[in-house]
Design a binder for this molecule. Structure first.
Ligand SMILES: [Zn+2]
Length: 59
């Protein structure tokens, strides 16, 4: 006991994909939403990141 363990959270927020501009923007929106206490918007951003196809650039 004593050490903070964050991996055991039942609903850990999704991590934005590296190199994905959309995810980076969503992560920024989520951070701002959390800062103003807008948990609804935080959840929306979580869902969008989780379901985003992560297409960083076009071919
Ligand atoms: Zn993405």
């Amino acid at each position: 006991m004593g050490d903070p363990v964050h991996l055991a959270l039942p609903h850990a927020p999704p991590q934005p994909a590296q190199g994905c501009a959309v995810c980076a923007e969503l992560a920024g929106l989520r951070r701002a939403a959390r800062a103003r206490g807008d948990l609804s918007a935080v959840t929306d951003a979580d869902v969008e990141i989780r379901h985003h196809p992560h297409q960083a650039r076009r071919r």
